[in-house]
Ligand binder design. Sequence first.
Ligand code: 4AD
Ligand code: MG
Length: 470
Amino acid sequence: IADVKGGPDEGMDRLGEVLVVRGWVRTCRVQSTVTFIEINDGSCLSNMQCVMSSDAEGYDQVESGFFTTGTSVLIEGTVVSSQGSKQKVELKVARLILIGKSDPSAYPIQKKRATREFLRTIAHLRPRTNTFGAVTRVRNALAYATHKFFQENGFVWISSPIITASDCEGAGEQFCVTTLISNAGESDCPLNSIPTTKEGNVDWSQDFFGKPAFLTVSGQLNAETYASALSDVYTFGPTFRAENSNTSRHLAEFWMIEPELAFADLNDDMACATAYLQYVVKYILENCKEDMDFFNMWIEKGIINRLKDVVEKDFIQLTYSDAVELLLKSKKKFEFPVKWGFDLQSEHERYITEIAFGGRPVIIRDYPKEIKAFYMRQNDDGKTVAAMDLLVPRVGELIGGSQREERLDYLESRLDELKLNKDSYWWYLDLRRFGSVPHAGFGLGFERLVQFATGVENIRDAIPFPRSPG
Ligand code: 4AD
Ligand code: MG
């Protein structure tokens, strides 16, 4: 359907062509002389209107009432210009085949709009709605544009491991992966019987990996090793966090894009984040017009203008210290305290981008080292690190990044300060021992980007199958 209706003249260039369309019936209106069937195949938002008179092959099944919403069909017909005002062309049906019936009394997707909460309970059928079809196509376009951007700029894509022994962010939000090996050599779920040693500790010798293993929270440390050999690289894959926060911005399983730039500092990192975001937003504005118009109309009024501003205007930059001052001066009452040294909460982040800077993306840099991860490069003031967060309206933190500590002595003393086990980071320290280079990178939560780009309010609607507590 997209191939025909998405053409230069909305299908008028295809008049007279005989086509076969396969898809799912959205509506079927049987009238005395003609029957109108709207069919959708997911290739685009629009349906193909198919007009059928009683002489068409298969008409008897329409009369029998089998062509209800949700039915899968094959329709063959000729492209003709449409009398209706909604579309330029329609199909004059010659032949119609029912592929799979759909019992109208049981099919849960009805014509009237269902709530997002309800649709989350039928994640297997919600892609058949306009909203989820559009979100899925735009998510796909953003993924394509992501690879396009990095490939055009000479980055090499790295698959970082999902199962790992290290906690990149040091926040203890990892899911543990344990699988016991039974005597027969078969693996077993350990829920009922975790083997322990005489001292009462977990006996890891009976575990598949022989030591605790986790689902990764970030591919960054792995990306750093490849950036220390291939220069600019990026990852794009699933990451996992056992944050028990039931918010509209957190998932337990989400996708992250993590570029790592070699021979680069924080300014290069911020420039890359800006260029990347402008590129992918421009891409969907140019290539997903129909879906973006739908979001603008039904999901978030004005989203297109907001996104155009992202592409056309510079991002705001300020330091963490300036951001704290700005919050302290504001008249707004915040739930969480604002104080130098405290992390910014989402209410603060949203105030900064939505109110203080009128909806523009804002990059905050140079955070206190105490609230940031061990690997971030210490600034000369001894109190802050070369970190940056990129904030956008509605979503808050979209990107978190930093210049990495490339100096062996600084990194070792930071690990000591945080009482982290240096032995388990031996390979990470090796990168600083052998040909260390200044490098920097960031992580972008892909579902937060989808949220930002489509206007969907809840992150659970920005991923096909959301995973969250409970
Ligand atoms: O700020 P974070 O924790 O940074 C890192 O993981 C770094 N290792 C990235 C790097 O420098 N390579 O996470 C990065 C981004 C956040 O800005 C947010 O967009 C997203 O990942 N994110 C989540 N998205 C959905 N659900 C969650 N639970 C998320 N946690 C983080
Ligand atoms: Mg962060």
